[in-house]
Design a protein around this ligand. Structure first.
Ligand SMILES: Nc1ncnc2c1ncn2[C@@H]1O[C@H](COP(=O)(O)OP(=O)(O)OP(=O)(O)O)[C@@H](O)[C@H]1O
Ligand SMILES: [Mg+2]
Length: 577
């Protein structure tokens, strides 16, 4: 049962053991007062005289036992929490380790909402189970067992009678769990669906508002919440009758002992004081068994949660090598590259070589696979077959650090950390001087907007960079890449958000930056890549032609079409009324 958790408990297992010991001592201390009570009541039942001091000693003993109970219980909880929170830490670190080894592209696809839920909400639920269910559960099972054995020793008939309510209670609980298990997966799925729906609803709020989809989207959201409510109520309805039976019968061990025991006392089969003792003991059993069974019901949920957590990270880790960069030069070679995101293949055997010190442009219709090819060069995903090499060394042979040292990637979707713009640029080359950072910002045409911000380059980027416009974000990312000064530069629509004036300046800056570098550039506006050393035309996941602009205009009808479309787009005018 604890198989799933134990790898994560690690060296903190001893704290769990101590927690169980402490709690067991606590529960014994909690049971002892019943014996002292018996010592007072028994002589009274026999009509014997007892001294006040005799009673006083027992009363003090009861008080001491209660104090011991409180202390050991608190200590037990302390130990179980040390163990639980360290287990949670191990679980988080292990998941983070797995997450780190996942292809970056997959992490982006999982989405921050889902990852946040796993790392905080799901793992925190494991806490409740680890800190309480295991130590308290074990203690609450061990103690009743000992007491029941003792009851049998004192009087086996009464012992037997005391078992009846336990058996009935356990049967009812079993029935409840059976009904619960049957629906547990569906319950968790329904809860997960609702969570994802909430995340999607919040993330998509902008689209919903802009397209006036409020009603429709809210209805879907409302339906999901209602269906979750109906599902849980239905589930509880099945469980409630059984719950009522076991919660009322289980703590009531005297149910049969009282009538039958009294008859036995009257019949002289058993002494009244013996019966009082067994009675007193029985009061300690019920609540413990009830608690233990309640916890037992939570163990499958614990397994389910950990299973879910692991499943989320199940994707095979990225094939990352350990070598440093050992390429002979900075030529990049895509050889027969096949790749698909899920089941459908997106790139069907792309061959492309980028010569060191030259600029290669990728052009093609939207969805033809340009960004995908660029992402493969920075090893966002593993390819399905073929290979990608830099200077003859396969990129799967080198570590991600080694690859990242060689390649700077300015992607189509930009992310900025919620820190200053200065720090965001500095990521490109930690340890760079202030002058270097400012120079990179200037070369990426950032000054134009930095001057408008009261805090200039020390402005906070906001969550994910949302304080900035798309174009501004892109220029900060570009500054980051410029500062990095890597030998291979991949620019995916790096100037897409820019107005013509800035784009011109940026292109001039780019010309300077890309000198002597191996550059792969993707652009929709073909005018910007007209002078590239080589242009590769992508269509439906294939590279269908490659060459210089003039040559392609003549020889490749697809390129001609793209070029014409690009030229006419740049001369578009809003129709005058
Ligand atoms: N994360 C993803 N999961 C599944 N499919 C994807 C994913 N990203 C892209 N695709 C699919 O892969 C194909 C190629 O996409 P890609 O982003 O490479 O196109 P692109 O040429 O860069 O287009 P654009 O010019 O619009 O940026 C498309 O059909 C797209 O639907
Ligand atoms: Mg793209």
């Amino acid at each position: 049962m604890f198989k799933k958790v134990s790898p994560y408990i690690g060296e903190y297992k001893k704290y769990t053991v101590w927690a169980v010991i402490m709690m067991s001592v606590g529960i014994i201390a909690n049971v002892l007062p019943y014996f002292f009570l018996y010592q007072i009541i028994a002589p009274l039942t026999r009509g014997e005289h007892i001294e006040a001091s005799f009673i006083l000693v027992r009363v003090v003993a009861i008080a001491v036992a209660e104090i011991v109970f409180s202390i050991t219980y608190v200590k037990g909880l302390e130990f179980s929490h040390i163990s639980a929170y360290n287990t949670l830490k191990n679980l988080r670190v292990s998941l983070q380790g797995k997450l780190e080894k996942q292809p970056l592209g997959n992490i982006n696809e999982l989405g921050t909402g889902r990852i946040k839920k796993v790392f905080t909400d799901d793992i925190d639920q494991v806490e409740l189970l680890l800190a309480h269910a295991i130590p308290e559960g074990i203690a609450n099972i061990a103690i009743p067992l000992i007491i029941i054995v003792l009851m049998f020793v004192f009087n086996w008939r009464l012992g037997l009678l005391s078992l009846v309510p336990i058996v009935i209670g356990m049967f009812a609980m079993g029935m409840m769990m059976k009904a619960g298990f049957a629906q547990m997966n569906a319950y968790y799925e329904s809860a997960a669906k609702m969570n994802n729906m909430i995340i999607e609803y919040v993330n998509g709020m902008e689209v919903v508002k802009v397209f006036n989809k409020d009603g429709e989207s809210y209805k879907r959201f409302g339906d999901m919440v209602k269906s979750y409510r109906d599902f849980t109520i239905d589930w509880y309805k099945v469980c409630w009758p059984w719950m009522a039976i076991y919660s009322s019968i289980l703590p009531c061990l005297v149910l049969l002992m009282l009538p039958f025991g009294s008859m036995m006392v009257l019949g002289g089969t058993i002494a009244l004081d013996k019966m009082v003792l067994v009675f007193c003991m029985s009061f300690a059993v019920g609540p413990s068994v009830l608690k233990a069974l309640n916890f037992a019901g939570k163990i499958p949920a614990l397994n389910y949660k950990i299973d879910e957590l692991e499943k989320l990270m199940e994707h095979p880790p990225l094939k990352e090598g350990t070598s440093g960069f050992k390429g002979n030069n900075l030529d990049v070679e895509f050889k027969d590259v096949h790749f698909g995101y899920e089941d459908t293949e997106v790139l069907h055997g792309v061959n492309l070589s980028l010569k060191q010190g030259t600029t290669t442009a990728l052009v093609g219709e939207s969805g033809s696979g340009k960004s995908t090819l660029a992402k493969l060069l920075v090893h966002y995903y593993d390819i399905d077959s073929g290979n990608i090499a830099i200077g003859g060394q396969d990129i799967t042979d080198m570590s991600l650090e080694a690859l990242n040292d060689q390649v700077a990637f300015v992607s189509q979707e930009q992310f900025l950390f919620n820190t200053t713009l200065y720090d965001n640029i500095l990521i490109g080359k930690p340890g760079a001087t202030k002058e270097e950072v400012l120079d990179a910002a200037r070369r990426a045409q950032c000054n134009e907007f930095l001057e408008r911000f009261p805090d200039g380059i020390n402005t906070q980027a906001g969550d994910g960079g949302k304080q900035l416009s798309g174009g501004e974000r892109q220029r900060i990312s570009l500054a980051r890449a410029i500062l990095k000064n890597a030998s291979i530069i991949v620019l995916d629509e790096a100037t897409a958000f820019m107005d013509p004036e800035n784009e011109e300046k940026m292109n001039a800056a780019l010309d300077e930056i890309v000198k002597d570098k191996t550059v792969l550039v993707i652009a929709h506006r073909l005018s910007t890549i007209k002078n590239a050393d080589k242009i590769c035309v992508m269509k439906e996941g294939n590279c269908i032609a490659a060459g210089k602009h003039e040559q392609l205009v003549d020889e490749c009808p697809e390129y001609k079409k793209l070029w014409d479309a690009s030229v006419s787009a740049s001369t578009w005018k809003v129709r005058e009324a």
